[in-house]
Design a protein around this ligand. Structure first.
Ligand code: NAP
Ligand code: MG
Length: 486
């Protein structure tokens, strides 16, 4: 089993827990990693217990003073080496990711580049942790403001971007001088463990980065949040689990950053370049097979261009090659597990019962693996249930509109507020609409917004805080004010 994985990926992927610089098997058992294209196990990974988690917190806590005192330039150079090692290993890391997550190899390669870019960006930010000095209004003293590392940070990541969600947290944490314990998703621990091995190779000292795959996330994360040495939780995942962790973090008043679910609207106005909008939709909807918090989840298209948009999008989706992510020519791999595939199938069935029209797709293919056929639904009633749920799959529901204010109101009619997309030729109007959309991010005439140099995050129940940009670094710092008379 392990030999197969090594042959397929060209690397010996670690499968242990990483605690204080040692790879260990931990105290209890292991968890299987499944290939979603075949439903077969590909590896067994050590599974941490709450006691293992407290060991990891101890290791991170012991490493903290030394790492926080390490010159920012040296911290940055570790991250820079990690960036270079990741880029050099792109092919192996991408293949490993395909094996555990299912995504098409081209999506996996793109993710490794994106993931590595967080190390490069934060290697550059490590030396730009600014402070401030002002004179108090009374004139009595100076106000000195510093940003200090927040301390031991617990990082919890999802399966949909198994490398990038890890580097987007580890990069800024290490740049700021924090030490971390990361708990990857149980479906995709291998990519995170491989990132940890790269950081070790890049010279990150023992205990600065610890990794805990586990089959019991609640008790493991709960034990760490109850420990007063832990000062920060950075979580990416569902709004449901995020809410629960915020409640737990309240007991110790732990600082939280939350990247939660999304329900992105994609608006196409009557003056939009329809071909460009279809190109954008292919990325916004189909990047990662639709398994993205940023995935376009609801298309609101002006009546005057709706038939053209719907037809062209359906043609493009119908032409995609479905297959195992590693096969040459595969555009769309399987979904990550059977629950995700079944949820997508149920949402499509309900939408057709609600009166939507299937333009293409609308079913799971007859084959092994968690596949779903790319689907376009047109004439979706604005009240259809599918518009309230994160689809997390290759399904594009189209709602037709005639009035701009009505389109904006429908776009904002959700508890989520991560990202919105809009296509329009009139940039003045596009910017006016962008200001009215309740979202942390807006893509205008673009199907992708993610960029390590930009602040990524949501409003409403899509989250708290930002990752990437300079803001991403500040999330791992505490502001200290010193009043001084000199
Ligand atoms: P999830 O079920 O919330 O899981 C996310 C992480 O939390 C996993 O590591 C999971 O571990 C862990 N977890 C589950 N229950 C927990 C508990 N009781 N205590 C502590 N940790 C727990 O989400 P998912 O299904 O993996 O990922 C999909 C979701 O993530 C979507 O809603 C998507 O929108 C969101 N997402 C958001 C962003 C963003 O930046 N806003 C980015 C990517 C994904 P297990 O794997 O062991 O369950
Ligand atoms: Mg889950």
């Amino acid at each position: 089993m392990a030999a197969d994985l090594a042959t397929i990926t060209g690397m010996n992927a670690p499968t242990g827990l990483l605690i204080g610089g040692q790879w260990t098997q931990g105290r209890a058992g292991s968890l299987p990693v499944i290939d979603p294209a075949t439903e077969d196990p590909i590896a067994e990974v050590a599974s941490a217990t709450p006691d293992d988690a407290l060991d990891a917190v101890s290791a991170a806590s012991q490493a903290l003073p030394g790492w926080a005192a390490t010159p920012p330039r040296v911290r940055g150079e570790c991250l820079r080496r990690a960036y270079e090692l990741m880029i050099a290993d792109t092919e192996s890391l991408a293949r490993l990711m395909v094996m555990e997550n299912g995504k098409a190899l081209k999506d996996a390669r793109a993710e490794i580049t994106y993931a590595a870019e967080f190390f490069r960006w934060f290697s550059e930010e490590a030396v730009r942790i600014d402070g401030m000095v002002t004179r108090a209004p009374s004139g009595a003293n100076r106000i000195l403001v510093q940003h200090q590392p927040v301390g031991v940070s617990v990082l919890v990541t999802p399966w949909n971007f198994p490398a990038a969600m890890a580097t987007r947290k580890i990069g800024p944490a290490l740049a700021a001088g924090c030490t971390v314990v990361l708990k990857p998703a149980k479906e995709t621990p291998l990519s995170a463990l491989a990132v940890a091995a790269i950081l070790t190779e890049a010279g990150v000292p023992d205990g600065v980065v610890n990794m805990l795959p586990t089959s019991s996330p609640g008790p493991v994360v709960g034990a760490m949040l109850a420990d007063p040495r832990v000062r920060k939780l950075s979580f990416t995942g569902s709004t449901e689990v995020g809410r629960m962790l915020l409640r737990t973090a309240a007991d110790t008043v732990t600082n939280c950053s939350m990247e939660l679910g999304g329900n992105a609207p994609f608006l196409v106005f009557g003056d939009a370049d329809v071909d460009a909008a279809v190109d954008g939709a292919m990325i916004a909807k189909m990047r990662n097979g639709g398994e993205a918090c940023t995935a376009a989840n609801r298309f609101y298209v002006h009546e005057s261009v709706a038939t053209e948009f719907s037809g062209k999008l359906a043609d493009r989706l119908a032409a995609l090659n479905i297959g195992p992510g590693l096969d040459a020519g595969t555009d769309l791999g399987p979904l990550v597990n059977s629950d995700t595939r079944n949820k997508v199938a149920t949402l499509v069935d309900e939408a057709t019962r609600d009166g939507s029209r299937v333009v293409t797709g609308g079913k799971a293919p007859e084959r092994r693996g968690y596949f779903y056929v790319p689907t376009v639904l047109d004439d979706v009633p604005p009240t259809a249930g599918i518009l309230n749920e994160e689809i997390f799959g290759p399904v594009a529901p189209i709602v037709r509109f005639t009035d701009t204010d009505q389109a904006i109101a429908m776009a904002n009619n959700t508890e989520y507020g991560l990202v919105s997309y809009l296509y329009a030729a009139d940039l003045r109007r596009a910017l006016q609409v962008a200001e009215q959309l309740e979202a942390g991010m807006v893509g205008i005439n673009r199907g992708v917004v993610s960029d390590p140099a930009a602040p990524f995050g949501g409003v409403k129940q899509s989250g708290l805080g930002r990752e990437g940009g300079h803001e991403g670094l500040l999330e791992f710092t505490e502001t200290k004010y010193i009043a001084v008379d000199w």
